[in-house]
Design a protein around this ligand. Structure first.
Ligand SMILES: CCCCCCCCCC(=O)SCCNC(=O)CCNC(=O)[C@H](O)C(C)(C)COP(=O)(O)OP(=O)(O)OC[C@H]1O[C@@H](n2cnc3c(N)ncnc32)[C@H](O)[C@@H]1OP(=O)(O)O
Length: 155
């Protein structure tokens, strides 16, 4: 299985995203991968907040940051799952480009700043152009946020 980040397979014109674009020096540059656990195939990404990612209370991360991480990990997971379902390597033509149609986030507890965050994704349904992705963000084995995304493949 490829160790290339999903986002590193995006064509150059899609590499400027604030959350995950490799060509955006001011962005978060999130990287997502397949992650095989005991019984399920998840996707995974890690991110360590910088001090300026705080939500006002210096110890806690900004909620918009958390939503951004779930957003970019979700669309990347949808694309990876769609390529896999077609038996193709990511980035091969014709390009599959997913965007967020809807994203709901539940903030379960304040997210501490000092540690690496783990973002997990699971594509629970792929139907036509639509993917449903379950998302979570945790640190120190504490679940801090969960999300559900509908991502849609562009025509
Ligand atoms: C490879 C490179 C990839 C790079 C990706 C980087 C992504 C970074 C993450 C983002 O921030 S994305 C940016 C935020 N999102 C947007 O700006 C998307 C804005 N919305 C749109 O462009 C359109 O509304 C959209 C493409 C999502 C859908 O419009 P379409 O006209 O193409 O599709 P249509 O309305 O026919 O819907 C297709 C299916 O999706 C469903 N759908 C659309 N919007 C929905 C919604 N909000 N909730 C639930 N389902 C929805 C719709 O019901 C339908 O389902 P069925 O096929 O079962 O009938």
């Amino acid at each position: 299985m490829s160790k290339q980040a999903f986002q590193d397979s995006y064509p150059a014109e899609f590499s400027h995203c604030y959350g995950c674009g490799r060509d955006n020096p001011h962005g978060l540059q999130l990287k997502s991968y397949w992650h095989l656990s005991a019984d399920k195939e998840h996707t995974i990404a890690h991110f360590t907040p910088k001090p300026y990612h705080t939500g006002g209370v210096p110890d806690n991360a900004y909620g918009g940051l958390i939503a951004s991480l779930l957003d970019c990990h979700g669309t990347a997971s949808a694309a990876a799952a769609a390529y896999k379902a077609q038996g193709r390597d990511m980035g091969t033509a014709p390009i599959l480009r997913f965007v967020t149609a809807s994203l709901s986030v539940d903030f379960l507890r304040p997210t501490p700043m000092e540690n690496k965050l783990t973002i997990l994704g699971e594509v629970i349904q792929l139907e036509g152009r639509k993917a449903t992705v379950k998302l979570s963000l945790s640190t120190n084995d504490q679940l801090c946020a969960t999300g559900t995304m509908i991502a849609v493949a562009l025509k």
